[in-house]
Design a binder for this molecule. Structure first.
Ligand SMILES: NC(=O)c1ccc[n+]([C@@H]2O[C@H](COP(=O)([O-])OP(=O)(O)OC[C@H]3O[C@@H](n4cnc5c(N)ncnc54)[C@H](OP(=O)(O)O)[C@@H]3O)[C@@H](O)[C@H]2O)c1
Length: 281
C-alpha cells in the first residue's frame, strides 16, 4: 500500500516514521505542515491523486489545550475541517482523537459508545473532527487516546524530568486519574490495524494498561530516572489551571484488544522504554 502519514514531525508521527522500517512492504509518504498543509483541501487532493495514496494516518492536530480556548475557530479548522479534507479523498484513513471528548467526571473506564460531552474548546474541536470524518468517510478508523508522551516533542514526561532536576520539590495533582500512553505503543497498535487482513472501521480506545494520577506518574518518573526531587500530592483546586482538566480520563480498551488481538503494555513498563530512549536509564 501507499501510506500517507500527516503531522509526521509530532510525537506520534515520529514514532510512525521510526516503526515504518518494520513494515517495509508499504511505500510511505511522511509529511508535516511544510510538505502538506492539511488545511489546503486542493493540495491534499492533488497529493493523494498524484501519489496514488491508499491509506492515510492522520497524526496532525491542534494539540495545545490552553491555546485552543482563545483560538477555537482555528483549532476547529485543523481538528475538524482538515480532517474532513483527508476523509473526502476516499482513502482508507486512521485518525486520532482524545479522551477530552468525554466530560471527564466518570468513575468507570469510558467505552467508545459512552455519552460525549467535551468540556473544553480542544475537546469540542476534536469531537467535531470525529463527526466530520464519519460523515464523509464512514469506513474510517478513529482511535481515541490520552496522556500521550514520547522521547520526541514536548510532553509531561520530558517536562517532569527537566523540573525534577532543577527543583527540590514538585507539587503534582493526585485527583486527576487516567492512563499514560507511550506514543511508540500507539504507533505499534496503528500498524497492527494497518496490517490486519480485515479492515475494521469504527471508534476505538487506546492507552497503556493500568491507571494512575499525574502525581503517581511523576513519582514513577523520578523513581525510574533516579532523580531525588520530592514529589508532593496536591488537589486540582490548589493548581492554577488555565483550562479545567478532566478528573477521570480512563479509557476502556476492550474493543481494540479484542478486534485486533492486541496485548498492551503496562504503563510503568512503557515508561521504562521511553526513559531508555531518552538515555535516562
Ligand atoms: N498529546 C496528547 O497528550 C494527546 C492526548 C490525546 C490525544 N492526542 C491526539 O493524538 C494525536 C497526535 O498527537 P501528538 O501529541 O503526536 O501531536 P503533536 O506532537 O502536536 O504533532 C502534531 C503535528 O501536526 C503538525 N501540524 C500542525 N498543523 C498542521 C497542518 N496544517 N498540516 C499538517 N501538519 C500540521 C504539527 O506541526 P507544528 O508542531 O509545526 O504545529 C505537529 O508536527 C493528535 O490527534 C492529538 O489530538 C494527543
Amino acid at each position: 500500500m501507499k501510506i500517507l502519514i500527516t503531522g509526521c514531525n509530532g510525537q506520534l508521527g515520529t514514532e510512525m516514521r521510526l516503526q515504518s522500517v518494520q513494515h517495509a512492504t508499504h511505500t510511505y509518504y511522511f509529511t508535516d505542515v511544510a510538505e502538506l498543509d492539511i488545511l489546503d483541501k486542493a493540495a491534499v487532493e492533488t497529493f493523494v491523486r498524484t501519489n496514488g495514496i491508499d491509506l492515510i494516518v492522520n497524526c496532525a492536530a491542534y494539540t495545545n489545550v490552553d491555546k485552543a480556548e482563545t483560538d477555537e475557530v482555528f483549532a476547529k479548522r485543523l481538528n475538524a475541517e482538515a480532517v474532513a479534507n483527508l476523509g473526502e479523498t476516499g482513502c482508507r484513513i486512521i485518525h486520532i482523537s482524545t479522551d477530552y471528548v468525554f466530560a471527564g467526571d466518570g468513575c468507570e473506564p469510558y467505552r467508545e459508545e459512552d455519552v460525549i460531552s467535551p468540556q473544553t474548546a480542544y475537546g469540542r474541536t476534536k469531537y467535531a473532527g470525529e463527526k466530520a470524518l464519519m460523515a464523509v468517510n464512514p469506513e474510517a478508523i478513529i482511535i481515541r487516546t490520552a496522556w500521550l508522551y514520547s522521547a520526541y516533542g514536548n510532553n509531561f514526561v520530558k517536562t517532569m524530568l527537566r523540573l525534577g532536576k532543577e527543583r527540590e520539590l514538585l507539587k503534582v495533582v493526585y485527583d486527576q486519574i487516567g492512563t499514560p500512553t507511550y506514543a511508540g505503543d500507539l504507533a505499534a497498535a496503528i500498524y497492527t490495524a494497518i496490517e490486519s487482513p480485515v479492515w475494521h472501521p469504527g471508534i476505538y480506545h487506546f492507552t497503556n494498561e493500568g491507571v494512575c494520577s499525574w502525581y503517581d506518574f511523576t513519582v514513577e518518573i523520578m523513581r525510574q530516572a533516579g532523580i531525588s526531587c520530592r514529589v508532593e500530592p496536591i488537589l486540582s483546586s490548589e493548581y492554577q489551571y488555565q483550562t479545567p482538566r478532566p478528573h477521570y480520563s480512563v479509557l476502556n480498551k476492550s474493543k481494540i484488544k479484542q478486534t485486533f488481538d492486541l496485548t498492551i503494555s503496562y504503563w510503568t513498563d512503557s515508561l521504562t522504554h521511553c526513559l531508555k530512549e531518552l538515555h535516562e536509564l
